[in-house]
Design a protein around this ligand. Structure first.
Ligand code: F0G
Length: 460
């Protein structure tokens, strides 16, 4: 009988391994209580499969590790900076490259330089650190993503697209008050969803007409390009590298967390075309990050990022990376478990509202679900719902977003198919027992980015 499909395998083999520890249910219950039911506060030694984030958690290649030995740790003019600069220019095409310690360092500097108090920044959905830096610079973020992005069940192929009419309205109503349009590829908070080249081209036309800029959050641009290669008319068969370049070419600059797509454990940068803006950012980087030729990174880390950028653009790599996420998602879908559709680029997002309909959003169902999953198997996931959304900075009222999600985030090149199976089965078991999961109340709320350090207790 002929096979209906042929499997693919990861385009690498394993050279170094890191042991992980299985815990008992009793140990996990203790650890969870000590962590205030917040998976961010667990010790990593108590975690079996760590799907908290894909940020800084990638396995580096032998080439990247070899590059680490070539660290030029000169304070000024490190050779590795020039490798990084060339890699960024080559991959994304931006003229100026300013290194930062990670993505939020880039967001901080860019927001300070471009935003004046009273400004408006429209974007294709918020990201936690990005929006906070915009707000701290005196700006207000306005969501201009298409409505489908807020609906977990919508199968729109480009849920990262801007609502062009809404964006146009925002630009017309706020002349000279929009310093830039913030475009993310992919959109993390919507479930790792792509923006299409066609949509970004429309955004470019609007930006030109209204004399403003587009700043790209390029954190997961290769994953975005993969979805366009699969789905966007005209993109089939084009190399990922070419699609990435097309996306970047439609924008005026980027902030990048090199801890994601670029396969490094730390790092980030700003890419920017405007000479004057680049000069101002270079001035500020020495205040907050470090000299403009290291920006808070060691020379060896810049080398790892430079090599990682190249590796992230290989078609084989990105197919296997997103393919592993799809493998996990398909399994859950097969069991009827509610997840965000279509399956995203860096993780599976469980729809906690549909998973735990008996828990009101004020009792943080996604937080409760992440805790229940850890308790079941030691799999660590992350809340992406009301806790992450925080409070309105002006009114202080809690924001209750439409999306109340738990993210199972897959680190790049780290886990095997068996880890995905164990994870899927744990989600299945929690789903079977979902009526026993109880809501949480917040017992400690930090002022900024509360999801990182908040503490909770179960409601009886
Ligand atoms: N932009 C996006 C879309 C991100 O996902 C992140 C980080 C950042 C910016 C900030 O970069 O962490 O290097 O300072 N996301 C991580 C996550 C934390 O788990 O999704 P950073």
């Amino acid at each position: 009988m002929p096979l209906t499909r042929r499997s693919w395998a990861e385009p690498f083999k394993i050279k170094v391994v890191e042991p992980v520890r299985l815990t008992t249910p009793e140990q996990r219950a203790k650890a969870l209580e000590a962590a205030g039911y917040n998976t961010f506060l667990l010790r990593s030694r108590d975690v079996y499969i760590d799907l908290l984030t894909d940020s800084g958690t990638s396995a580096m290649s032998d080439r990247q590790w070899a590059g680490m030995m070539l660290g030029d740790e000169a304070y000024a003019g490190s050779e590795n900076y020039y490798h990084l600069e060339a890699a960024v220019q080559n991959a994304y095409g931006y003229k100026h490259v300013i290194p930062t310690h990670q993505g939020r360092g880039a967001e901080h500097l860019l927001s300070r330089v471009l935003i004046k108090p009273g400004d408006i920044i429209p974007g294709n959905m918020y990201f936690t650190t990005t929006r906070l830096h915009q707000e701290m610079a005196g700006g207000t973020f306005i969501d201009a993503v298409i409505p489908e992005a807020h609906d977990p069940a919508s199968t729109h192929p480009f849920k990262g697209n801007f609502d062009i009419d809404k964006l146009e309205r925002i630009l017309s109503e706020n002349p000279r008050r929009v310093p830039y349009i913030c475009a993310a590829a992919t959109v993390n908070m919507a479930g790792g969803q792509p923006i299409s080249l066609e949509n970004l081209t429309h955004v470019r036309e609007l930006a030109d007409r209204h004399k403003t800029r587009i700043i790209l959050d390029a954190t997961r641009i290769a994953e975005n390009a993969y979805f366009l290669q699969q789905r966007e008319p005209g993109q089939k068969g084009r190399p990922i590298r070419a699609i990435v370049r097309d996306l970047a070419n439609l924008t005026d600059g980027c902030t990048m967390s090199a801890k994601k797509d670029p396969l490094a454990n730390i790092g980030g940068f700003i890419g920017i075309n405007d000479d004057a803006v680049a000069e101002e950012i270079s001035n500020l980087v020495v205040v907050f990050e470090g000299l403009h030729t290291y920006g808070g990174m060691a020379g060896r880390d810049m080398e790892a990022v430079a090599i990682g950028i190249e590796e992230s653009l290989e078609d084989d790599h990105i197919r296997a990376r997103v393919g592993q996420v799809e493998y996990l998602g398909e399994k859950l879908l097969g069991w009827g478990i509610p997840i965000v559709l279509p399956i995203g680029g860096h993780g599976i997002y469980l729809d906690a509202k549909a998973f735990l309909p008996h828990i009101p959003q004020s009792q943080y169902p996604a937080q409760a679900l992440a805790a229940a999953l850890y308790l079941d198997s030691g799999v660590r996931a992350m809340e992406r719902g009301a806790v992450s959304a925080g409070r309105d900075p002006v009114s202080g009222v809690e924001r209750f977003p439409k999306l109340e999600l738990v993210r199972l985030t897959i680190p790049r090149r780290v886990y095997t198919q068996a880890h995905m199976d164990v994870t899927a089965e744990s989600v299945y078991c929690v789903y079977e027992e979902r009526h026993n999961v109880r809501g949480l109340k917040m017992t400690y709320e930090p002022r900024f980015l509360r999801f990182f350090q908040a503490r909770f207790a179960p409601i009886n």
